[in-house]
Design a protein around this ligand. Sequence first.
Ligand SMILES: Nc1ncnc2c1ncn2[C@@H]1O[C@H](COP(=O)(O)OP(=O)(O)OP(=O)(O)O)[C@@H](O)[C@H]1O
Length: 231
Amino acid sequence: MISFIDVDLELGKKLILKDVNLAIEPGQLVYIVGKSGSGKTTLLKALYMEIKPTRGEVTIGGYKSSSMKKRHIPHLRRKLGIVFQDFRLLEDRTVFENLSFVLKVTNTKNRLIEERVMIALKEVGLEHAAKEMPLNLSGGEQQRVAIARALVREPIAILADEPTGNLDPDTSLEILEYLKKINQKGIAVIIATHDYELARHHPSKTWRINDQSLQEATFTNAPKGYRPISS
Ligand SMILES: Nc1ncnc2c1ncn2[C@@H]1O[C@H](COP(=O)(O)OP(=O)(O)OP(=O)(O)O)[C@@H](O)[C@H]1O
């Protein structure tokens, strides 16, 4: 469903990632780890086609980077749910409106919008918060709203860029639990994080960026405690 074949990625003529080969199957949960500035965000941007490879091919949801037309990029993004470290909620809209907004732009009927929004909020345990303003919620709850907003599109994959970067250790694990639960429903989840401990705590397929290259990593010994690594 998702593949990188012999991909080079550059930003402003600077080579960020070299010769990336990666395959992600439907329903997989995958971590992309690497220190700050190693290129995790760049890799995710190539997935949602914000960046075009200078060499090789990225394939996702039936789209190929080499033949992707600019006007088709929004079609691809409608199939993806993207979650950021800083939540990126509309602060002057209610939780419900933050989610319904996503469906309104695709001309979904009102009754269906309400149904899908409430199903997504239920998935993250926030159906009671539909009328709240985002800033009245905790950081963890805001991130759960962002996850629900990603879900409401019924995506083929959720791309999460440092989803726990602004959260305390316990809340980070809670967010990871929600992402795992969503993954168990068959949606691929790709988590980019500098927090190796998160990947160790809930082991799954892990790819590590080091010195411009992406390698498969294995964490066999899950630690007893969870300590986040600060950036
Ligand atoms: N427009 C640009 N031109 C050149 N280099 C850039 C540009 N934007 C970012 N970079 C560099 O690209 C590298 C990769 O950045 P990227 O944001 O992908 O890393 P990251 O692993 O996601 O880091 P973080 O965890 O801090 O977000 C960094 O060294 C950054 O300084």
